[in-house]
Design a binder for this molecule. Structure first.
Ligand code: FA5
Length: 344
């Protein structure tokens, strides 16, 4: 009897381990534990065992039944886990695919691309001149006197390098106007340059960042006049900000242009009437002017034969003005804050 019970247990366990699905498990259950299952019948036989052995055989029979039931439960769990994995791993080719997260260009880069496209339509050639520059290109050739405050360490980042014997100190260019002389050295007029580059100043507050961008336009040719400058500014303002926007020039002072102007764009919020965003109907874009004769001379161009105009604006500011964004702190543009950047 004991042997019979043990062989029933072994047979049941080996079948259970080989079972591939719930149906097979159900059949095994019936085969051993069903009404006329092998174990059920064997248990019925216990009454025939001599009384003194009956208790022990009864305990063994219970153990065998319990072992078989536990093995059935365990195998059921294993099969159900496998089933879930298969469902999970199955690829349904008819399902719409999961799109991988896509990034996009930084909003300043977007503005730069748009500005380049606008100027290329009227023949401006995009260039990019060094960010690490000599004093000569950033200041000297641009008519800055030796004691001009822009040359002060509090304004400009200087690089710890021995000065160039001809070009002076090495620095991070504080404006893209340094590209004017480099362009005049590269080619003779007619010149239509758009220099877009990074620029650096020792400034950091809510409306200034130490690293920002500028785009510099330079046109040098025969008989270039202020009207050409004004026409170009109007064209840019209409193309970038919208067809109803206007530009305005106001007298100002730069070392490298004469006359010099500050350029404003009419406010898109109030249409030039005056509001909280703009104060008097205008927003400031940047600087411009007619190229100073000394600058043309420094670029080896005869000011009696040629004249030119130049302008320099910040794409960061243009982009903010275009979107009507009231960014409370300009530094957020460069803080890699995805919550902010993903909105654009
Ligand atoms: C200039 O830098 C002149 N080189 C522009 C120029 C070019 C005048 C050609 C005449 C002819 P300004 O310092 O005003 O000018 O700077 C121009 C623009 O750069 C500003 O209007 C502003 O948009 C941007 N800018 C200047 N400093 C910062 C800064 N720290 N952070 C962000 N943007 C700045």
């Amino acid at each position: 009897m004991e042997e019979n019970l043990l062989s029933i247990k072994n047979a049941a366990l080996s079948l259970i381990l080989d079972a591939k699905d719930d149906k097979m498990l159900e059949e095994i259950k019936l085969q051993f534990l069903g009404r006329s299952g092998q174990l059920t019948l064997a248990i019925k036989e216990i009454t025939k065992v001599p009384v003194e052995e009956r208790k022990e055989i009864g305990i063994l029979a219970n153990e065998v039944k319990q072992t078989i039931e536990e093995a059935l439960n365990e195998q059921e769990k294993i099969l159900s886990k496998k089933r879930k994995q298969i469902i999970f791993e199955r690829i349904d080719v008819t399902n719409p695919s999961v799109k991988p997260p896509l990034g996009h260009l930084h909003l300043v880069t977007q503005a730069i691309e748009e500005i380049s496209a606008i100027f290329s339509k009227i023949g401006f050639e995009r260039v990019r001149y060094p960010e690490v520059e000599w004093d000569w290109y950033s200041f000297g050739a641009l008519n800055f006197p030796q004691n001009h405050p822009a040359r002060d360490e509090w304004e400009t980042f200087f690089i710890k390098e021995s000065p160039h014997e001809k070009y002076g100190a090495m620095l991070l260019t504080p404006h893209t106007s340094s590209g004017q002389i480099r362009e005049m050295e590269r080619k003779k007029p007619p010149i239509r340059m758009l220099n877009i580059a990074k620029t650096y100043r020792r400034q950091s507050d809510i409306s200034h960042v130490p690293m920002f961008h500028q785009f510099e336009g330079l046109v040098v040719d025969k008989d270039i006049a202020i009207t050409h400058l004004k026409g170009t500014l109007d064209y840019f303002v209409r193309s970038f900000f919208g067809k109803d926007r206007k530009s305005r020039i106001r007298p100002y002072h730069f070392q490298f242009t004469e006359p010099s102007f500050e350029v404003d764009v009419s406010c898109g919020v109030c249409n030039g009437k005056g509001c909280k965003v703009c104060k008097a109907g205008w927003l400031e874009l940047g600087g411009a002017g007619m190229v100073h004769p000394n600058v043309l001379r420094a670029g080896k161009i005869d000011p009696n034969e040629y004249s030119g105009f130049a302008f320099g604006f910040g794409p960061e500011r243009c982009m903010m003005m275009k979107e009507g964004l009231k960014i409370e702190d300009l530094r957020i543009l460069y803080s890699n804050n995805l919550d902010f950047l993903e909105q654009f």
